[in-house]
Ligand binder design. Sequence first.
Ligand SMILES: Nc1ncnc2c1ncn2[C@@H]1O[C@H](COP(=O)(O)OP(=O)(O)OP(=O)(O)O)[C@@H](O)[C@H]1O
Ligand SMILES: [Mg+2]
Length: 321
Amino acid sequence: MQIDVGLLKKFEKGLDPARPEQSRIPAIVLGYGEISTIFEIQAESAMNLACKRLPIFRTEAEVTRYEQIYRNYNETLKKKTGISLPEYDFAWFTTGDGRIIAFDLQQKLPSSSICNRAISLMNTDSIRTLFMLVLRELYKVWSYNAAHPGDALGIDGQISNWAIEDFDPANPQISNEARLLYFDTSTPLMKKGGVEQLDPELFMRSAPSFMLWLIRWLFLEGVMTRYYDPRLVTIDLIANFYKEQHPEMVPVLVDAANGFFADEGSSLLIKPLSEKEIRAYYSEDATIWIVFLALRRFDRWLHRYILRKPYLYILPGNIKR
Ligand SMILES: Nc1ncnc2c1ncn2[C@@H]1O[C@H](COP(=O)(O)OP(=O)(O)OP(=O)(O)O)[C@@H](O)[C@H]1O
Ligand SMILES: [Mg+2]
């Protein structure tokens, strides 16, 4: 991958975090995650690149450590578990005023092929087929983890983290042979000798400092550990269909998942899931993120009007749930 670090530096210099599309070098927002924003910089040398800006590092040691884990995580997923990923790279630099800015870079995938977009075109049968394909991909990671528990990989199976290769929105059906790409690798959770490699504190830095104790508790107990747990990853994936405005799919997918864990995935010994459990999980999870985002907006307001300091993070607009 050819990366123009000079362009990234120039982009950063003229970035308006409140309105990225009106920055000196404009950027189109490709998507919002729960924590960060992904955009395409509108310049020749950044065409077809998905740029994920990480303004969270305080020292060179921190960013180089992250880069090592990020690359290692991507390589292990690709080579050891057999999951497919888009082409990727990483770049970082120090700005004129001494801030460290890092970018996870990825080949940009067609927006209609991103699964949360694609399912809006699909019928129930196709969504069910897609869901089974996702479970099969996840199973590659879970089998790897079962064989190497000390070096387990965390994975976030949500539907918005996958893309369908060669997807044709004009013919939005999907077969069992379709290939999926996993692209949400910016939180590279992985263990080595049983020890988590990624410092979760890094990902709390976008949170208001006055609420760190709450965030720390939510993250460490709830959010970070669930990515290693096949049952919780599956519950999270299914519950996500409420957020994606497909509540009618939840019972269908609970049924499909139970079928999968009774058959192909039986080695994992997963206790059957129930719809009630998914609903309870969703209302708790949605609350966590709504509160988190509201606190960050309040923090941005504090920075602007009270502290009169620049607010460096990009926040999503209203997320429909
Ligand atoms: N390579 C890509 N090509 C096109 N769109 C992308 C790409 N990567 C991300 N996106 C868009 O941005 C959205 C969020 O991306 P992603 O899942 O990587 O980040 P995230 O959920 O914020 O991750 P995290 O919460 O781990 O920081 C995706 O659902 C998708 O719409
Ligand atoms: Mg994501």
